[in-house]
Design a binder for this molecule. Structure first.
Ligand SMILES: NC(=O)C1=CN([C@@H]2O[C@H](COP(=O)(O)OP(=O)(O)OC[C@H]3O[C@@H](n4cnc5c(N)ncnc54)[C@H](OP(=O)(O)O)[C@@H]3O)[C@@H](O)[C@H]2O)C=CC1
Ligand SMILES: N[C@@H](CC=O)C(=O)O
Length: 418
């Protein structure tokens, strides 16, 4: 490593990269005092050098050629370009040259993390990725350093800022889904392709990383349960609220009897549940340990400066550490994928015709053995029947029968507690 100055390469000067540049500048004195050296960005890779940026950057530093970064003799590279291709090849080439890597790229880690960890070990370089999970919340550092003696039964919570922002705007301001999504993009919360956010992939990548860190293994992504918020509508949020619940996109990594489970799903939380209070782009991570009990960490999960905070803290911490090998990452498919045990469900029933009255429908469910503990019945302006139920024992088969006999479409979501 060069003396006097820490030379940093940046892959990407978008929302996060811009925040990293601003933070290195605003915190230069603190960084220099802590590290005994100035931190300087010496090359920055972008796609388009003529693009207007929210951060001022010297024209000479910016390049569209990865070779310029590779040849720049950098000590550390911050990868904040996103995606797997070409990010993986770039990170690999840099590690092979002896560069430490700080990344915020959860997709890269969830898809190629095992190889990157192995490469980092082979080339004795550090791989730091605090910003990849829950933005500004330093949850990986806490799990890695301060919860090693506990048996962690689960790590769960709200891990995607974009979807939490959308749900908050829809529920509190009756904003249509598309408008709320557009706002989240403008605020810099969403991924370049926001499908990753709204279909639950981003939260799944983060749960995958948490499982690797906590359990030393994870389930392959394709074997996880994943449902996003892309088909949720205002009617469902309103009915859930009338029943005393708020819908949040909950992600969970757990280990039961040696089997890892990963899931992402819109879930109903009682309005007074701590996770139901988490609004806008905030995230919250709940860790359950056998000694400590339940812990809850909350903070901004997306956006320029909260994410840059995690990146720059990683960078500074890494420079004060000696290299120690990273625990390897493994994937293991459970012998039998067991669905998460879920006693209570929210069933949102909407009539496609007028083949049955609410009484007939509820009577049918009662006879079929479905236990209903809460219900709300509404007719919208077009006289479409909507029924919201909190129930136990509702299966796909009940949904099919409701469709066949009553022209009812059923959407079912887990409920954390009735
Ligand atoms: N936004 C957020 O709140 C958070 C983001 N992250 C992660 O951080 C990473 C970056 O996100 P974000 O800053 O929002 O993304 P942006 O889309 O805002 O920025 C991406 C940057 O990378 C550059 N880039 C992308 N692809 C290439 C390529 N093939 N060659 C050269 N340059 C490229 C872009 O160049 P150009 O500007 O010229 O287009 C841009 O500067 C992602 O992995 C994301 O998942 C993690 C936590 C929070
Ligand atoms: N798109 C992500 C950004 C941070 O990880 C999110 O919304 O959480």
């Amino acid at each position: 490593m060069s003396t006097g100055v820490v030379k940093v390469g940046l892959l990407g000067v978008g929302t996060v990269g811009g925040g990293v540049l601003k933070t290195i500048r605003s915190q230069q004195q603190k960084l220099s005092e802590r590290l005994g050296r100035r931190v300087e960005v010496v090359k920055a890779l972008v796609r388009d050098t003529d693009k207007q940026r929210a951060v001022q950057i010297d024209r000479d530093l910016v390049t569209t050629s990865f070779e310029d970064v590779l040849d720049a003799e950098v000590d550390i590279v911050v990868e904040v370009m996103g995606g797997v291709d070409p990010a993986y090849d770039y990170v690999r080439a840099l590690m092979e040259k002896g560069c430490h890597i700080v990344t915020a790229n959860k997709e890269l880690l969830a898809k190629r993390g095992a190889e990157l960890v192995e490469l980092a070990n082979r080339h004795h370089v550090q791989l730091a990725y605090e910003a990849s999970v829950a933005g500004g919340i330093p949850i990986l550092g806490v799990l890695r350093q301060f919860l090693r003696t506990n048996e962690i039964t689960s790590v769960s919570g709200i891990l995607n800022g974009t979807t939490n922002y959308i749900l908050t705007q829809m529920e509190q301001h009756q904003l249509p889904y598309e408008v709320a999504l557009k706002q989240a993009q403008e605020l810099g919360y969403a991924e370049a392709d926001p499908t990753s956010d709204v279909e639950g992939w981003d939260a799944l990548y983060k749960s995958y990383i948490l499982a690797q860190l906590v359990y030393g293994e994870s389930l392959p992504l394709h074997a996880a349960e994943r449902k996003g918020i892309d088909s949720l509508h205002l009617g469902q949020l309103a009915l859930a609220q009338e029943l005393g619940y708020r819908i949040k996109l909950l992600a969970r990594a757990s280990r039961t009897e040696g089997a890892i489970q990963l899931s992402v799903s819109p879930t109903l939380l009682p309005l007074d549940h701590p996770l139901a209070q988490v609004q806008d782009a905030y995230n919250a991570v709940q860790v359950s340990g056998n000694i400590v009990g339940d812990l809850l960490f909350m903070g901004k999960g997306a956006g320029e400066l909260p994410t840059a905070s995690a990146v720059v803290e990683d960078l500074a911490f890494l420079l004060t550490q000696r290299f120690t090998p990273h625990p390897i990452w493994q994937e293991r498919q459970a012998d039998k994928v067991r669905p998460q045990e879920q006693k209570w469900s929210f069933c949102y029933l909407e009539s496609e015709g007028s083949q049955g009255s609410p009484d007939q429908i509820l009577h049918f469910l009662d006879r079929a053995g479905v236990e209903v503990v809460k219900q709300r019945i509404q007719y919208d302006w077009a006289n479409v029947l909507r029924i919201g139920l909190v129930a136990s024992g509702f299966t796909d088969e009940h949904g099919e029968l409701l469709h066949r006999d009553f022209g009812i479409r059923a959407d079912v979501f887990p409920v954390l507690a009735p």
